[in-house]
Ligand binder design. Structure first.
Ligand code: S3P
Length: 178
């Protein structure tokens, strides 16, 4: 018998990972951890500062280190990853090994409207709509490895949470059945 330790949310920026993680945390009485917040606290710098001072490669290295640390911790937890955490195949393998991976999706228009005013995402500086379009094309298949995918465009946070809770319970039952 084996219990599933981590519920891992992946998805492009603006698909709702952090809000859904908070909702899941309440619904499942499990702690939730946000990879971007962990990166900020481990680097002692904001995400725009890391990108500006050390570059994207350095950010990706910290991101992998944080992912390893969170996934190897023994307790059950919900983990909201950053949108680019899926760019390294190693990270994807690690997620599949350590948890139930849920991909949140949203349409280009919805994502653009959700991230339009945000200044904390270095990869979206400049023409936000153009950056979102280009990055979504580059990453078109990057989130496909998840166990489950859910389009959040027309759903409320509680609706997304309840769909994932149901899938998590099915997964938990499957894992613990003899
Ligand atoms: C990134 C997504 C961001 C953050 C960083 C890079 C990406 O996280 O990790 O700005 O490459 O997609 P969110 O998806 O939480 O915005």
């Amino acid at each position: 018998m084996e219990i599933c330790k981590k519920l891992i949310l992946i998805g492009f920026m603006g698909t709702g990972k952090s809000s859904v993680a908070a909702g899941l945390s309440e619904a499942l009485s499990m702690p939730h951890l946000d990879m971007d917040a962990e990166i900020v606290s481990s680097a002692g710098l904001s995400i725009p500062e890391i990108f500006a001072q050390q570059g994207e490669q350095a950010f990706r290295t910290i991101e992998t280190n944080v992912l390893e640390k969170l996934l190897l911790a023994p307790d059950q937890a919900i983990i909201a990853t950053g949108g680019g955490a899926v760019l390294k195949p190693y990270n994807c393998e690690l997620m599949l090994q350590h948890g139930f991976v849920v991909a949140l999706q949203a349409s280009e228009q919805v994502i653009i409207s959700r991230v339009q005013q945000d200044t904390g995402r270095p990869l979206l500086q400049g023409d936000v709509a153009e950056r979102v379009r280009t990055l979504m094309q580059t990453r078109a298949k990057a989130y496909d490895f998840a166990h489950m995918s859910l389009d959040t465009s027309a759903l409320s946070i509680p609706q997304v949470v309840s769909e994932i809770v149901e899938a998590w319970h099915i997964e938990a039952a499957r894992k613990t059945s003899p």
